[in-house]
Design a protein around this ligand. Structure first.
Ligand code: URA
Length: 238
């Protein structure tokens, strides 16, 4: 089996991400750094490791959710040493864990992690239409009809957005602020902030409450939990 396929099947990363790990010299086969993309391995006899950690097939993929606090980058390693979500996750227990998609530094809420490279890729693919629901606190008193451009599919500087589902939740605690719920099935950079900014209500805080069939529920900020078997199958069978 090709080494990059082995790594993806073991849930280390996507096929493409596995190739990047190989070319970066982070993968060894029987102790020898293997950068060659065509390299083959025999899972029954060869010892494969990433960053020195052994990788095996069939260990069973892991699926976890984190209630991400503000102030953490959505990355497993930051070369500049800034706080990143990896610090909040049980990475030693689940080698190869990676976040599915990303939340901005100051965004809180549901972030899915898995070691299942294939499912991670599938959920991120635009054709897969995973709906994500956010609660935004915006500047200014906002009225329902001001959300119509978002419902119609607002044009941003990188092109038109797909129609969003949105509604006003109520007034914020601070004067002249409003809570708004926005659901989208795209994942463009700063998308919700840019959509609400485009209708003149800049986002003051942003929280993701759900990701596809997954709901954050009462998971505390900064805490993680494993998905239940039902949640994993609901993700697979969407
Ligand atoms: N939209 C944003 O603007 N930021 C996020 O973190 C997620 C969606």
């Amino acid at each position: 089996m090709r080494l990059q396929r082995f790594l993806a099947r073991a849930g280390v990363a996507s096929r493409r991400g596995s190739e990047d790990l190989m070319t970066a010299g982070r993968v060894t086969v029987n102790g020898i750094v293997t950068r060659e993309l065509g390299s083959k391995v025999d899972p029954a006899v060869d010892e494969v490791a990433v960053d020195g950690r052994p990788v095996r097939l069939g260990a069973g993929a892991a699926y976890l959710m984190l209630n991400k606090p503000a102030g953490y980058l959505t990355t497993m390693r930051d070369p500049q040493g800034r706080p990143c979500v990896a610090e909040l996750m049980p990475c030693d227990r689940y080698p190869g864990l990676f976040p599915v998609g990303r939340l901005d530094l100051d965004t809180t809420g549901l972030l899915l992690f898995t070691t299942d490279g294939d499912l991670g890729q599938l959920l991120l693919h635009p054709s897969h239409h995973v709906w994500k629901t956010y609660e935004a606190l915006v500047d200014g008193r906002m009225r329902e009809r001001e959300l119509d451009p978002l419902r119609d599919g607002i044009r941003l500087d990188d092109g038109p957005c797909q129609p969003a589902r949105c509604r006003i939740l109520g007034a914020g605690d601070e004067p002249a602020t409003t809570w708004v719920e926005v659901s989208i099935h795209e994942g463009r950079k700063n998308q919700v902030k840019r959509m609400l900014g485009a209708v003149h209500h800049p986002v003051l805080s942003l929280h993701r409450r759900s990701f596809g069939p997954l709901e954050l529920g009462d998971l505390e900020l900064g805490s993680w939990r494993e998905l239940t078997a039902e949640e994993v199958s609901s993700l697979r069978n969407r």
